[in-house]
Design a binder for this molecule. Structure first.
Ligand code: ZN
Length: 156
């Protein structure tokens, strides 16, 4: 199972919640199991695909739940990188971050030289951003093991 629990957590929107974070249970009506607070707003989910060989993408049942100011790492962008102790210092640095800005979720490219908005067929240079809209496809890394993201939006 490639699903990593840490990638499925969401901050609880109840400021008085003692748990503060909860694991998304894959329903279309997410709510905190500790205090019962339902999630309000748009919740982006990134569904990952990776390329075992060049240009062929397959689903790996691996998802990332997005929240404001969350960071994206090299191990999200490439299947061959894993968040272990032996990871290099360069690979520990965030390669992107997510923001809810002007009523829209965006991913800012911080260090992904290959990043491309596949839906719009344009490159997303370092320092630029791509909006997270339903069905949008974003290439994170074009090398071997590189990942492609398909955006899913849950509205509540
Ligand atoms: Zn809660």
């Amino acid at each position: 199972m490639l699903v990593k629990t840490t990638d499925l957590v969401q901050p609880c929107q109840n400021p008085n919640c003692e748990a503060k974070w909860f694991v998304f249970d894959n329903t279309t009506k997410p709510k905190c199991p500790f205090c019962g607070q339902p999630y309000h707003g748009q919740l982006p989910i990134l569904n990952f695909y990776y390329a075992p060989s060049h240009g062929k993408f397959i689903s790996e049942n691996y998802r990332l739940m997005v929240y404001d100011k969350q960071t994206l790492y090299k191990w999200h962008a490439n299947n061959l990188v894993s968040p272990s102790e032996r990871i290099s210092d360069a690979d520990k640095k965030p390669v992107g971050d997510f923001h809810f800005f002007n009523n829209q979720w965006i991913l800012i490219n911080r260090n992904l030289p290959d990043m491309m908005d596949v839906t719009e067929k344009k490159t997303v240079a370092i320092g630029e951003y791509v909006p997270l809209t339903e069905g949008r496809q974003i290439l994170l890394d074009k090398g071997q093991g590189g990942r492609l993201v398909v955006v899913q939006l849950v509205n509540n």
